[in-house]
Design a protein around this ligand. Structure first.
Ligand SMILES: *[C@@H]1O[C@H](CO)[C@@H](O)[C@H](O)[C@H]1NC(C)=O
Ligand SMILES: *[C@@H]1O[C@H](CO)[C@@H](O)[C@H](O)[C@H]1NC(C)=O
Length: 252
């Protein structure tokens, strides 16, 4: 967002908000503190998924993907290929979902339910397998995978509804209409879907598909944003795991 856009936004809010009692003042503008953060008494940045966007020399930015160094907006570095990480939900404005772990089960990523993993009986050593560990793709451009032992691995994709799926062990098959690639884990930041045009992620309330408990994770896009309107917007926080961590033999 540019400086002039910030001022334009402020002017709009001042005009629209005169009847509200709980408004605060930012320079010459009034704003709703549940929707915006004021910087330097003059710049407004929106609150998105509970995160008040940060401010850097005229721009509002999300700390999931950027940082501000010496007043210059800089993109965070994608994790190196193969780096193990877990994901947790961030939306400080919504305590029901904030901090939930992303869990793989039934070949889908869910929020706040159990991880489903399998270990073959035949005398192999398996990781504990009760947490969902993901392995970063190369520079974000190639495939994100589940952090597993099983030969062939398990590739992560977005299905045609925007849910996050992963391939079954011993199968490379992905559903028709699925999207691969463009899911990037940023060092010190978040897990970002670069395919979506900036719509981000949503936690959708329990459905029978997810066993009636926990939330289902969706990547929001222009195509599904209306059907997901009742879901909670969230960010996904990247938690890097020690080098060599393996999540499970395989997730199912
Ligand atoms: C996973 O299992 C280990 C060992 O049984 C236990 O210490 C740990 O708390 C478990 N973690 C989760 C997230 O369930
Ligand atoms: C996985 O699917 C089974 C069978 O449909 C269901 O009972 C279970 O609750 C589901 N679990 C999750 C976490 O989705």
């Amino acid at each position: 967002m540019t400086k002039s856009l910030s001022f334009a936004l402020a002017g709009l809010l001042a005009a629209a908000g005169t009847a509200r009692a709980d408004l605060q003042t930012c320079g010459s503008a009034q704003y709703d503190p549940s929707q915006y953060v004021c910087y330097d008494s003059s710049f407004l940045c929106p609150i998105i998924a509970g995160e008040g966007l940060s401010y850097c020399s005229g721009a509002c930015y999300s700390s999931t993907m950027y940082t501000c160094t010496n007043n210059v907006l800089t993109q965070l570095t994608p994790l190196a290929a193969g780096t193990p990480f877990t994901l947790s939900v961030s939306n400080p404005a919504n305590t029901a979902v904030d901090g939930l772990a992303v869990n793989a089960c039934n070949l889908t990523w869910n929020l706040g339910v159990e991880t489903c993993s399998y270990c073959p009986d035949s005398g192999v050593e398996c990781p504990v397998g009760n947490t969902t560990v993901i392995s970063a793709g190369a520079d974000g451009s190639s495939m994100t995978g589940m952090d597993v032992v099983v030969p062939g691995g398990q590739t992560v994709y977005l299905d045609s509804t925007g849910a996050v799926g992963y391939t079954q062990a011993h199968s490379a098959s992905i559903p028709d209409g699925a999207t691969q690639g463009g899911l990037v884990a940023y060092s010190g930041g978040g897990f970002v879907n670069l395919n979506s045009g900036g719509y981000g992620w949503a936690a959708c309330p329990p459905t029978s598909q997810a066993g009636g408990s926990g939330y289902t994770l969706f990547a929001v896009s222009a195509a599904n944003k209306d059907t997901l309107a009742s879901c909670t917007p969230i960010n996904l926080k990247v938690n890097v795991q020690p080098e060599g961590t393996v999540g499970a033999w395989e997730y199912y």
